[in-house]
Ligand binder design. Structure first.
Ligand code: SAM
Length: 257
């Protein structure tokens, strides 16, 4: 059987092909796969109102929505939103609680404030010059005693990896594989190339290729931009890195008093 390659050109939605695999690969990694829904859901105030930036397929949304009164999701990828809507369709008890909007940070104005604002697995997509505007937008949407939580605030080196298989999963007769290649591309930035391969009984039947930028956000620079937006870090592994295992680079902040 022949295999065809589909390519998402640079500058188009880097998640165009990923929704079908995103949850599958996370599930294959097992409990604790990052971003960890338990971290974000654990910080969501019971009965509060939450704003999620970059909700994706809703891995975190669903966990937060079990605790929060409402969750408003901003997600710029049409394909990721489609998966989230399909999940919500299967969960009637969440239908009144979760709103999904086609919006991209940092330029959004929702004309209301939230008890909890969070972004999971999103910072790597935010170009450095946009970070101050992102934190200003978050501060403008945060209730006086609200909390913001994020991850991927890390001191790790800029990735420089040859192509290697990063994820794989099997469903029926198909095996899905995602390989990743990274090359440094300027200060605290890398160029990533992902190849998704589908094998049917061992034969390669489909190839999908996505390339995108990966921005690294360092703790000191993030803390400085938070301060400029009137926010002060209160917790997170970005302040106290984990010694063993994969560091999620979490950072929690509140209004500076
Ligand atoms: C790695 S996924 C994480 C999805 C989800 N938060 C999770 O943890 O499972 C990153 C998501 O953020 C979205 N995203 C990236 N930049 C964004 C922006 N500026 N505004 C809104 N969504 C964004 C992407 O489209 C993608 O769905």
């Amino acid at each position: 059987m022949s295999s065809s390659a589909r390519v998402a050109p640079l500058g188009t939605d880097p998640y165009a092909f990923q929704p079908g695999y995103y949850d599958l690969f996370r599930a294959s990694r097992g409990e604790g796969a990052l971003p960890d829904p338990r971290f974000f859901a654990g910080r969501a105030p019971q009965g509060g109102h939450a704003l999620e930036i970059g909700a994706g397929t809703g891995r975190i949304t669903l966990a937060v929505a079990e605790r929060a009164a409402t969750v408003l999701c901003l997600e710029r990828s049409a394909t990721m939103r489609a998966v989230l809507l399909a999940k919500l369709a299967e969960r009637p008890h969440l239908r009144d609680r979760v709103t999904v909007l086609d919006r991209a940070a940092p330029h959004f104005d929702l004309a209301r404030r939230f008890d909890f604002v969070y972004l999971a697995g999103v910072l790597e997509h935010v170009p450095h010059p946009e970070r101050p505007a992102l934190f200003e937008a978050i501060a403008e949407h945060l209730a006086e005693d609200g909390e913001v939580a994020m991850d991927m605030v890390l001191s790790e080196p800029v990735p420089d990896w040859p192509e290697h298989v990063a994820d794989e999963a099997t469903l029926g007769d198909c095996r899905y594989e995602m390989s990743c290649e990274a090359r440094p591309d300027g200060d605290d930035q890398a160029h990533l190339r992902f190849v998704y391969r589908t094998y049917l009984q061992g034969d390669l039947v489909a190839t999908e290729v996505v390339e995108r930028a990966h921005y690294l956000h360092r703790p000191d620079a993030v803390v400085a931009d938070l301060a400029a937006a009137g926010l002060t870090p209160t917790a997170g592994t970005a302040l106290h890195p984990v010694a063993n295992g994969e560091d999620p680079g979490t950072l929690v902040a509140r209004r500076t008093t």
